[in-house]
Design a protein around this ligand. Sequence first.
Ligand code: ADP
Ligand code: MG
Length: 377
Amino acid sequence: MKNPFLISGYKSPSYFCNRKMETKRIISAIRNNRNLTLFSQRRLGKTGLLHHVLHILAKEKEFNLIYIDIFATKNLNQFVNTFAQGVILGLTDKSKSIFDRVGKIFKSIRPSITFDPLTGAPSINFNFNSEEEIHSSLSTIFALLAKSKKRNVIVIDEFQQIVNYPEERMEALLRMHIQKLNNSVFIFSGSQKHLLLSMFGEHNKPFYQSSELMQLGKIDKTEYKKFIHKKFQSNKINIDPEAIDFILEWTKVHTYYVQYVCNKLFSSAANKITLNFVKSQCSLILEENEPLYLNYRNLLSGFQWELLKAIALEGEVKKITSNSFILKYKLSSPSSVQRGIKSLLAKELITYEDKKYFLQDVFFSRWFAVKFNSQIN
Ligand SMILES: Nc1ncnc2c1ncn2[C@@H]1O[C@H](COP(=O)(O)OP(=O)(O)O)[C@@H](O)[C@H]1O
Ligand SMILES: [Mg+2]
């Protein structure tokens, strides 16, 4: 039996819960030629949603669909490589082989092409010899996009990454190229809200007001309940309604964590899932992850660990430097809390959203609660 609960990637609409409004909104932006920037906390479903949109658009053959994820890129060289790869795969002019196409486009800098032995997917790699070659290749890619008869939909996932490149004026460089294209629409996406909002929302930045902003929220609870019930039911597994309620509450309806718990439950081979069974499986997940959490204790300073624990035990914290919070968890002073928060944010262990601090990882936060709550109360 195939597990209907994916914990990575995108397969097809039947594995995908709802997101109807969001899908519609992104497709409408694309059809009406508006660039759009999608942002949310990690693991809520941005990448999944973008692939869902591309899956739907692929049926119409109206667009060249180009998707790149630049999370792993560290500089302009790697960006150009990733971008070239995405563009060459996404252009649907299939009249010539990839070799011909690549060779024609990049006359002086011939990339090497390798094929994945398992999937047969081509992988293109440029060895640039100079800054100039990198820049001219970037121009070539944009020129190629400009020439396309079909309109291009270009999705750049984890877009905020460009801010970390060592090259200066990356935003200005990309903005300049993007602005010149009039047959393409761009969808940017990323998890680092403050970086994205600063890129697109500050008037002295190159991308200022160049795209519509869209914050992704959680999946509608009622829809998720139906989805979970249906997926178990159609595999002849009976799940109690209160068991589903518990899953959604325990995971805070955070997509990845919901999927993970359901994936585990499905693979347990039980054909009847009760509330107690869910609770025992959730404890098991925390146990399995414990080495990971204990490792953080070594990576963080003693104070940072205590602060993280305090936030986890509270669930979410509004007034992080208030006396009551500091006294309750013996956190010495507001200034040390402020410093601690800064480094926990930088390490992406906590998130600040809607004026509240909370742990990014729902399981980690549940683990703290189980481990230490008895000592506090
Ligand atoms: N609408 C959905 N229905 C079911 N699973 C989803 C949905 N959206 C995302 N997922 C799953 O949740 C996990 C996290 O989603 P992802 O798109 O990677 O999040 P993000 O890009 O925001 O970090 C992935 O395993 C993905 O398969
Ligand atoms: Mg993603």
